[in-house]
Design a protein. Structure first.
Length: 239
């Protein structure tokens, strides 16, 4: 199973992946700085990881949507625009495209899982907001009740004021210093975990694209392409 350093850039990750799981194709000049789509993916992750490093400056919902859009766009660009079109020229195309379909299904399942986890976070965040509104309404009703019947519940207007102030401060304290920080921390943890999963699978996809191109270029038997796809599926599933 791959052991990747997620602090590395895409060039280093792709290089490591080829060296570890496709060693027969590894050579130092296989990856060069002129490969536009590797530069593009590196820039995407630089931006996404910069958002995480400065998370206090960003809205969580925007960060998730932005990351998902960029990852999905790149994934479609690689699969539909590059890899799939190259596989069309292989012999035994049907078998190869069947294996590619399995890889695509694996990656789309991963994308769906990350989206589902964010929806859970989003729902929880909304529930916290609803509870906050309900507590605010309850406090308003309590204040109104006290102002009308204060003499029955609390004999002193001063004590009435302290009573309301205590619950208002308790609400603000719980919300600002405990509940919301916990929810935000969990959300950013999901964001970071999802980013790493995308970084791994998109790096595997990029490495796979390079070695498939190399295999076709060397005119190797197409069974090798099937093997490359199966290895990519196995490593993409592994945690």
């Amino acid at each position: 199973m791959l052991k990747l350093n997620y602090e590395s850039n895409i060039w280093e990750l792709v290089n490591t992946i080829i060296k570890e799981i496709f060693p027969q194709f590894y050579r130092q000049d296989l990856i060069n700085k002129k490969i536009d789509y590797i530069n593009q993916l590196d820039e995407i992750f630089n931006e996404i990881e910069e958002v995480y490093r400065n998370k206090n400056r960003y809205n969580m919902h925007w960060a998730f949507d932005n990351a998902q859009t960029k990852f999905n766009d790149f994934y479609l660009q690689m699969t539909e625009g590059k890899i799939k079109s190259e596989l069309e020229y292989c012999k035994t195309k049907k078998k190869i495209l069947t294996e590619f379909g399995k890889l695509d299904k694996t990656n789309r399942k991963m994308i769906h899982q990350i989206k589902r986890r964010f929806r859970i976070y989003s729902t929880l965040s909304s529930l916290v907001s609803i509870v906050d509104i309900m507590i605010s309404l309850i406090l308003i009703l309590v204040i109104s009740e006290i102002s009308h019947r204060g003499e029955y519940f609390i004999t002193s207007a001063y004590m009435s004021f302290l009573f309301v102030l205590f619950f208002a401060l308790l609400k603000v304290t719980l919300e600002r210093y405990y509940i919301m920080p916990k929810v935000e921390k969990w959300g950013w943890k999901l964001y970071n975990r999802g980013t790493k999963k995308f970084k791994k699978n998109l790096s595997i996809l990029t490495a796979m694209s390079l070695v498939i191109h190399e295999s076709i270029d060397r005119k190797h038997d197409t069974s090798e392409v099937v093997s490359i796809l199966r290895t990519s599926i196995k490593e993409s599933i592994g945690e």
